[in-house]
Design a protein around this ligand. Structure first.
Ligand code: 5GP
Ligand code: ZN
Length: 112
């Protein structure tokens, strides 16, 4: 395997996991844009959201929505960015579909 997110999904590389089920894993970004910056990732390798099938999209966005609510409640975030980069020109650096969930705070002290 030469995909870092496949390795994390397989448990071969450690990550700070915040959620896992049969199809999806979510873990903290190693280089966070804010406190609680989380990546939501399908376990099956697919390059980006345009190449993912509808079921995968549904599962990943469903988990992102639920986790967004949890992060907001637990961390006291007042807002949340959800974004997904597709392609090098769009800033994608890991070629395995993922959603960034970036909690935002009123006082900005928790911005990285
Ligand atoms: P992209 O730039 O592809 O949208 O986002 C990739 C994200 O994955 C980056 O924010 C980067 O910090 C994160 N990342 C890259 N390698 C690792 C890793 O090995 N572990 C974790 N937890 N995050 C990673
Ligand atoms: Zn992969």
């Amino acid at each position: 395997m030469d995909c870092i997110f496949c390795e994390i999904a397989a448990g071969n590389i450690p990550a700070k996991k915040v959620f896992e089920d049969d199809d999806v894993i979510a873990f903290l970004d190693v280089n966070p844009a804010s406190f609680g910056h989380t990546l939501v990732v399908p376990k099956q390798h697919v390059r980006n959201f345009m190449e993912a099938d509808a079921a995968t999209i549904g599962k990943v966005f469903g988990v992102a929505s639920a986790l967004g609510r949890v992060l907001q409640a637990k961390l006291g975030a007042s807002g949340m960015n959800l974004l997904s980069n597709a392609g090098e020109s769009a800033g994608q650096t890991v070629d395995h579909f993922h959603i960034h969930l970036i909690p935002r705070y009123d006082d900005r002290t928790q911005e990285a």
